[in-house]
Ligand binder design. Structure first.
Ligand SMILES: Nc1ncnc2c1ncn2[C@@H]1O[C@H](COP(=O)(O)OP(=O)(O)O)[C@@H](O)[C@H]1O
Ligand SMILES: [Mg+2]
Length: 145
């Protein structure tokens, strides 16, 4: 497996090629962890929007990928981190259609809807960290029950 349990892999986000590479890595790891295709696509789409924000609005940064195990199932946690201008008004930024750039303004809230856990931490002048986590659905009859 590319990312082992508890180990964090850091991917730099500094170019469009980095975004494409991050998408590939996430899909591969999610697949290895047992996420189904729909879950993989949701996670990759959400992460892609957040990494694009890191690049476009945050001026670049990195994505940390961590494989989790809560004793019941496995999960993948992705943190997009930058030390850019930060977000002045988080509620406004989370509103569908709000953009300070040339985007559609659907990235942040769209990403939130696609994953199971979403946290946003941002300080004006210091930077932004957005973390998403998804857990592999438990099989219907685990361990022969
Ligand atoms: N990493 C970030 N750093 C600074 N501002 C951000 C960041 N991510 C999002 N934002 C702010 O939140 C707004 C909404 O983001 P998003 O929903 O992805 O829309 P879009 O990227 O299309 O503008 C952005 O226009 C920007 O003002
Ligand atoms: Mg965006």
């Amino acid at each position: 497996m590319q990312a082992r349990l508890g180990l964090t892999t850091r991917i730099p986000i500094g170019s469009g090629a980095d975004l494409a590479g991050a998408r590939r890595r996430i899909r591969q790891i999610a697949n290895e962890l047992g996420f189904n295709l729909i879950q993989q696509t949701k996670l990759v789409t959400a992460a892609s929007e957040l990494a694009r924000n890191t690049l476009v609005h945050g001026g670049g940064g990195h994505m940390d990928m961590t494989v989790l195990d809560d004793g019941r199932t496995r999960g993948l946690r992705l943190s997009c981190v930058d030390e850019g201008p930060g977000i002045q008004d988080i509620d406004l930024a989370m509103t569908d259609g709000y953009t300070t750039g040339q985007g559609l303004g659907l990235g942040l809230n769209g990403a939130r809807r696609l994953v199971q856990e979403f946290t946003l931490d941002s300080r004006p002048g210091q930077g932004t960290t957005v973390t998403i986590t998804d857990w592999v659905s438990a099989p219907p009859f685990p361990h022969g029950e």
